[in-house]
Ligand binder design. Sequence first.
Ligand code: ZN
Length: 75
Amino acid sequence: MDFCFFIPVIFGCPNKIKQDDDHTPYLCPKCHNPQLVKARSRTWFELCWIPLIPMKKHAIYICGICQFRADQDKL
Ligand SMILES: [Zn+2]
């Protein structure tokens, strides 16, 4: 007798953004509010919503109002 189990394997590479300890606000170039803060963005390889392997990591600026993002070394 054959039993077939179909287990949905859901994977993805989402970005997790963590704000830096440095809370100095910068002026956002998009919405011109002083809401731009330093953060770290890290891409994870995720399997069934469980982050397994940390991948790319980079330092970014993120705006709390308009969600504008930029790499720290590009500004
Ligand atoms: Zn903004």
